[in-house]
Structures are given as C-alpha cells and as structure tokens.
Design a protein around this ligand. Structure first.
Ligand code: CA
Length: 222
C-alpha cells in the first residue's frame, strides 16, 4: 500500500513517514499543498494524509479539486484545527476521515487500515485467497498451515496482490502501489520479487496462486 503525506511541518511529516514505513507502507511526502496536489493527481495512492493549513494550496482546496477530477483516493485530514465547523467543511469537501493534532500514531494507523479495508475480501486484519492467508497486523503469511517468512517488500507486494485478487495487475500498477516515488524501480525488479514470492508461496504446491498473464502482468487466483 502506498501513502502520500502532505504536511508542511517537516518534523511531523518525517515522523509519520518513518512510522508508516515501519508498518510496511511505501510513503511519499509533499511539503507544500501544490506539490501534494500534483503528486496526488499524477500518481496512484491508496491513502492520502492531508494537512489543512498548507503553503501554496490549502487542504480543503486540494480535496475539492481531486474529487472534481474524479480522484477517489481515500483522504484522511490531519490538522491542528479542532473546531467542529472545520471538520464539517473538511468532510463536505470530499475527505473520508478526520484526525486532530496531536494524535496518537496507533490511532492514525487504525484509521488508515479502516480506509483501505475492503469488506468483501477482508476478514478483519487477515486477508485470505484460497489457502493463503496474510495477517496485516502481525505480517504473518501462511499457505495452509505452513508459515511463510516474508521480507518487507514481499509483504507489501503480496498484500497488494491479495487485495486485488482475480484482477490482472501490470508491472506499472505494482510499482506504483508497492514502491514510493523515489524508489526508481524497473519492471525487471518486479519480476525478481514475483519470482521470490512464487518460491515462497507456490513452490511445492499443486495449485499455483500467482499467474503470469503474458503481455499484461500478474494475477493472484483463487
Ligand atoms: Ca500545516
């Protein structure tokens, strides 16, 4: 899952980025409203964390403009403003949730999880496809009863594949949801990670879950 943090206070922005990376998210940071809006418009994010008082373009305007341009990324507003009126304006402008500073990091994480949750395929924090399960809180993967140890990026890749199981995902889709903007990943790298993941989850099993769709990308099948 890839998250954009738009926050002009560097200290806060960087501590959010660090914390989210520990939770295995790919994180980009924009320090002005304008940069945030440009990134949110041109890149694929799973959640946008947005401060309200920003230089160059404020958070409410960013929300409105993104929604006007049919960008449906879940938006969590993060701000020092605690008045009810500001919350209402924020939510009316197209934000999905609201968190007032100072906030606990645990609450931020819980709210992000709620925003990316897909009720159909997500049973609490555990994703399940065929006999493969992935606990997104403990980062434990299992095929049947067998525990699988994943690296941080393998976890992110598998989570993305599982949340989109049955869909064909191009290497570009994968790159833009699993790595941050600065990562500079080549399609070749995706192949390497897919191969490693296959070795861990499909090796020795009759039913192969990761399918290659020639010329298009990959698909995790049920
Ligand atoms: Ca601010």
């Amino acid at each position: 899952m890839r998250i954009l943090v738009v926050e002009d206070e560097h200290r806060i922005a960087n501590s959010i980025k660090k914390g989210l990376e520990q939770e295995k998210y790919a994180v980009d940071v924009a320090y002005t409203g304008e940069d945030g809006y440009d990134l949110a418009s041109s890149e694929e994010y799973d959640v946008l964390i947005l401060d309200l008082m920003l230089p160059k373009m404020d958070g409410i305007t960013i929300c409105r403009e993104l929604r006007k341009n049919n960008k449906h990324v879940p938006i969590l507003i993060l701000t020092a403003k605690s008045q009810l009126e500001d919350k209402v304006v924020g939510l009316n402008s197209g934000a999905d949730d609201y968190l007032t500073k100072p906030f606990s990091f645990e609450e931020l994480i819980a709210r992000i999880r709620a925003l990316v949750r897909r009720p159909k395929i997500n049973l609490g924090s555990v994703l399940k496809v065929a006999d493969l399960t992935l606990d997104t809180l403990t980062f434990v993967a299992k095929r049947g009863k067998e525990n699988i140890t994943l690296s941080s990026k393998e976890f992110s890749l598998l989570e993305y594949l599982m949340r989109n199981s049955g869909k064909i995902l191009s290497k570009d889709n994968i790159i833009s949801h699993v790595w941050d903007y600065d990562a500079d990943i080549l399609p070749n790298t995706v192949e390497v990670y897919i191969k490693a993941l296959r070795n861990k989850i499909d090796h020795g099993h009759k039913k192969l879950l990761i399918q290659t769709v020639r010329g298009f990308g990959y698909k995790l099948t049920n």
